[in-house]
Design a binder for this molecule. Structure first.
Ligand code: ATP
Ligand code: MG
Length: 433
């Protein structure tokens, strides 16, 4: 026998019944986006490597070691499988002068690729929902984006403050970061002997990232480090306070984490993460912030922007961990067809039911014709359907079908084949909405 071919490590198939959870989540996300006035966008999965090098920053984890990059064998172009969605979104809005008429609220759902060590909640192909608001500078949109994520947790059945917690920080403006960076480097240099290898490497390239180290040895140095918040000027502080005031008024609890820096270089002012302690080390479910410099950095007309991205795999793991029930996927009805029943009548009836919005599954006959009634009813039960539609030669000869309740008791009824719309709604009874 030929060897079975396997998917690439860290890249997962999503099959039923798991895929039903994905569709359920995507439906809830789409409804949320609609309520907040976000429009869908879809950009290519492959982009020029330069987009991410320029967009995310040369010394970020992603660009340094996590990108799937390759050469286009036809013309030698350097290409990369997108590791995140913001850079591509900005490239698209620049390329199409999309902010010409004013600000935009956009969202996307799709796969991202990072060459990481696969483990629970960390994969090489994973999926993000991303929301980006482009062209607005005020703290109102930062706050609205955070409220929107809180609304999503509620819609999904998660409890804010228990299942997911909000961490908030401000990274200020580049000049403020520069002053802090100098003070930070001085502090870290004074304790250089306590820095691990990553820390030493980042000391002069990306010292801010040292602050979110998980290495316990470095904790004392990091805890005593100068806080970026103390370097913020009046305008940055006012922006931060305005965001906090909205969250306070809305009753969304948060913790100011002065060491929250996020992985990409493009952030300024507001940054936030939703974290959970139920997924071990992969605790960040959603992260975002303001990136006012990125549009210009990627060649566009300067415009402010803010957004967030959430990891769908991690969110689904969390929902399972918390015990949010899986969505109902059973059909309303399951059609059991006995030998000798005219097929055109059966299929015409099923079509009429589906036209009324009823989910009905046909039990296919084998080459030898239908299986025994007993075996067919077993399948009907296993399908989870609430009703069996029994098509037997006798029923059909009288212009009827038998409707047999499978789950909630009740009487078996004969229903007319020529007036399906009269009784189709009765098959919806007991269906979860
Ligand atoms: P982490 O610190 O866990 O590596 P990150 O800062 O790299 O996360 P972002 O780039 O902010 O993550 O991506 C947004 C979200 O996408 C994360 O909060 C997480 O939920 C999800 N995510 C990131 N990388 C992965 C991955 N390799 N596998 C699954 N989900 C991921
Ligand atoms: Mg990462």
């Amino acid at each position: 026998m030929a060897e079975i071919l396997k998917a690439i490590k860290g890249m997962n198939d999503i099959l039923p019944p798991e895929s039903a959870r994905w569709e359920w989540l995507e439906d809830i996300v789409r409804q949320l986006m609609r309520r907040y006035g976000f429009q869908n966008m879809r950009t290519p999965i492959v982009e020029p490597t330069a987009l991410f090098v320029r967009g995310l920053g040369e010394v970020t984890d992603i660009v340094e070691k996590e990108m799937y990059s390759f050469e286009d064998s036809l013309n030698g172009d350097r290409l990369t499988l997108r590791p995140e969605g913001t850079a591509g979104a900005v490239r698209a809005i620049n390329e199409h002068s999309f902010l010409y008429e004013g600000g935009k609220r956009l969202y996307y759902i799709g796969p991202m690729f990072r060459h990481e060590r696969p483990q629970k909640g960390r994969y090489r192909q994973f999926h993000q929902v991303g929301a980006e608001v482009l062209g607005f500078a005020g703290p109102d949109v930062d706050a609205e984006l955070i409220l929107m994520t809180a609304a999503l947790w509620r819609d999904l059945g998660l409890v804010v403050g228990r299942d997911v917690k909000l961490q908030l920080n401000s990274l200020g403006q580049p000049e403020e970061r520069k002053a802090h960076r100098e003070a930070l480097i001085r502090h870290l240099e004074a304790h250089a002997e306590l820095l691990d290898e990553d820390g030493k490497r980042r000391l002069h390239s990306n010292p801010l990232r040292i602050l979110d180290t998980k290495n316990p040895v470095m904790q004392p140095v990091v805890e005593a480090a100068p806080r970026l918040l103390d370097f913020l000027g009046e305008a940055s502080l006012a922006h931060f306070n305005a965001v906090k005031a909205v969250l306070d008024a809305a009753g969304v609890p948060y913790e100011v984490n002065t060491r929250l820096v996020r992985g990409m270089d493009y952030y300024n002012l507001t940054v936030f993460e939703w974290v959970t302690d139920r997924l071990g080390a992969q605790g960040t479910v959603c992260g975002g912030g303001r990136y006012d410099g990125l549009i210009e950095q990627l060649g566009g007309k300067p415009a402010p922007a803010v957004g967030w991205g959430l990891g769908m795999e991690r969110l689904l793991l969390l929902l399972e961990e918390v015990g949010v029930p899986a969505p109902e996927t059973a059909p309303d009805a399951f059609a059991v067809v006995f030998a000798g029943t005219p097929l055109p009548t059966v299929l015409a009836t099923l079509e009429a039911l589906r036209a009324e919005g009823i989910a009905v599954v046909l039990n296919p006959a084998g080459k030898e014709g239908p299986a025994s009634p007993k075996s067919q009813f077993k399948k009907a039960d296993a399908s989870g359907a609430r009703f069996a539609l029994v098509f037997g030669p006798d029923e059909v000869a009288q212009g009827t079908v038998s409707v047999k309740p499978l789950r909630d008791g009740g009487e078996q009824l004969r229903q007319p084949l020529n007036d399906v719309s009269a009784w189709a709604p009765s098959l919806r009874v007991g269906r979860p909405s």
